[in-house]
Every structure is written in structure tokens, then in C-alpha cells.
Design a protein around this ligand. Structure first.
Ligand SMILES: Cc1cc2nc3c(=O)[nH]c(=O)nc-3n(C[C@H](O)[C@H](O)[C@H](O)COP(=O)(O)O)c2cc1C
Length: 244
């Protein structure tokens, strides 16, 4: 089992958020890391970053008892993988099929869920992957959380740095140019959107599990464009700007 864990239990009650992802060349991993960083902003959030590894797939079956035990005690699970041939990656699908056991026990019922995917094309049929992940979560009886941001890059002044620049709500979409390495994964806007989505999931988990008060953050289109402009500013980085 490969996990990178953070414990920010503080004085508030704890929730456990696990971000489970597969990445072939590292682009999806960057997205997962930013999503986890956003979740870590929430007091009490214990965030686990869990990589699904091809070496744990043997004869078509993925197995890792440690990961499954962690997921069973998680309050929220976020699923992510690259879009490959218009579908979830094969390694991640092997993980999904291994969830047949918790499915039979309804072990993940009423945990919160979310999903993300990365691809090279602007569309690349990423919606199909998010639909697969959402149906998977529904089969497990989970409660799905979508992206809560207005769309970006949908007007003449829009850029790749915009928040939610691919205009996806079912889950988080990001796009990486096929000739660039993971150090240039996605766009600044995608990484900020990932952090915002991670924070949203962790805050909603705190409300769902511990009834921690949560005031729904609302941003007008105008405010969203101002945030996108801040992300595009030369000195700004995704770590510095979230608009939260
Ligand atoms: C076998 C294969 C299939 C792919 N299929 C798609 C696709 O259907 N749509 C798309 O936009 N990109 C596709 N891509 C590009 C990947 O989604 C893209 O390179 C992504 O950044 C890989 O993420 P990773 O570095 O986390 O593995 C494909 C790449 C490979 C190698």
C-alpha cells in the first residue's frame, strides 16, 4: 500500500478523507495532490493520498487489504484516474471491481464521494469517466459531491488559468498537453479548481459526519472571473490562490 498521510486533527472532531487515484505518467497524480492539499485546509481533516499501483493487479485482480481497510474507515473517498480510450484506466477499473466485497456488505454506504480525471484532449470524452465513477459510487450507496464552481474560459477574455475552465460539474476535469511532463500537468486554473474541490469535499464531510456548521460559499460569475484573473497574475501560483 502506498499512501501519503496528513493528520490535522486540531481541536475539532476528525473526518477521514481518502483520495484514491491511478496515474500512468504522473499528470493525474498532480491533480490528486492538489485536491488532497485543498482537503487539508479543513480543520479536523485527516487526508490520505492512496495510489492504485499496477503491480497490485495480478491476473486481472487488484488486491491491497491495507487500502481496503483504510477506505472502510474513511468518511469520504475521492476517485481519480486518467481518461484512457474514453474510459477509466484499466488499473483503476481493477480497483473498482475489487470493491465488489464492500458492495456486497454495503460497507461504503452513505460515505461521501467525488471524482476527477485527466486527459490530453480538451474533451477527450472525460465525461464518460466521471459518469463511470459516479455510477460506481452510486452502486456502493455513496453520496456524490460535484464541483461547485461557475464555468471558466467560456467568454472572449477567458484563459486556461480560469477556475473550472473545462466547465465540468459532475466531477473535476483537467487537461494536460500530451508532450509535456507532469511538472506542467493541467493548468493553474485546473490546480486551483482541484484544491477548491478538495476543500469543498472535506467541508461537506465535516457537516455530514460531525454537523460542523458550513455556510455554502457562493461566487457570482463576476467574482469567479476576478479569481481567474488573480490565478493568471504572473506571481500567483495555485498554492497561493484558492479564493476560499
Ligand atoms: C492508451 C492511452 C489512451 C488515451 N486515451 C485518451 C482519451 O481517450 N482521451 C484523451 O483526451 N486523452 C487520452 N490519452 C491521454 C492521457 O489521458 C493523458 O496523457 C493523461 O495526461 C495521462 O495521465 P497520467 O499522466 O496521469 O497517466 C490516452 C493516453 C494513452 C496512453
Amino acid at each position: 500500500m502506498t499512501t501519503h498521510d496528513t493528520d490535522r486533527a486540531d481541536a475539532v472532531p476528525a473526518v477521514t478523507v481518502s483520495v484514491v487515484y491511478h496515474s500512468v505518467h504522473g499528470h493525474t497524480q498532480v491533480l490528486a495532490e492538489h485536491l488532497a492539499d485543498g482537503a487539508r485546509l479543513v480543520p479536523g481533516a485527516r487526508v490520505h493520498l492512496v495510489e492504485i499501483r499496477p503491480e497490485d493487479v495480478v491476473a486481472g485482480r487488484w488486491r491491497d487489504a491495507g487500502v481496503m481497510a483504510l477506505l472502510e474507515r474513511s468518511d469520504a473517498i475521492v476517485f481519480g484516474c486518467p481518461t484512457l480510450m474514453g474510459s477509466v484506466s484499466a488499473v483503476f477499473k481493477a480497483f473498482m471491481e475489487a470493491a465488489f466485497t464492500p458492495f456486497t456488505m454495503q460497507a461504503w454506504k452513505d460515505k461521501l464521494a467525488g471524482g476527477f480525471t485527466m486527459s490530453a484532449s480538451q474533451s477527450g470524452d472525460k465525461l464518460l469517466v466521471l459518469q463511470e465513477l459516479a455510477v460506481f459510487a452510486a452502486q456502493l450507496g455513496m453520496q456524490w459531491i460535484g464541483v461547485g464552481d461557475m464555468p471558466g474560459n467560456n467568454w472572449s477574455g477567458g484563459t486556461r488559468d480560469d477556475v473550472n475552465r473545462l466547465g465540468s460539474w459532475l466531477g473535476l476535469m483537467s487537461q494536460s498537453h500530451a508532450d509535456l511532463g507532469p511538472e506542467q500537468a493541467g493548468s493553474r486554473g485546473d490546480l486551483v479548481t482541484a484544491r477548491r474541490y478538495g476543500e469543498r469535499i472535506a467541508r461537506l464531510t465535516q457537516r455530514w459526519v460531525n454537523a460542523v456548521p458550513y455556510e455554502t460559499p457562493r461566487m457570482t460569475e463576476h467574482e469567479t472571473r476576478a479569481l481567474s484573473a488573480a490565478i493568471a497574475a504572473p506571481d500567483a501560483g495555485p498554492a497561493a490562490v484558492t479564493g476560499a
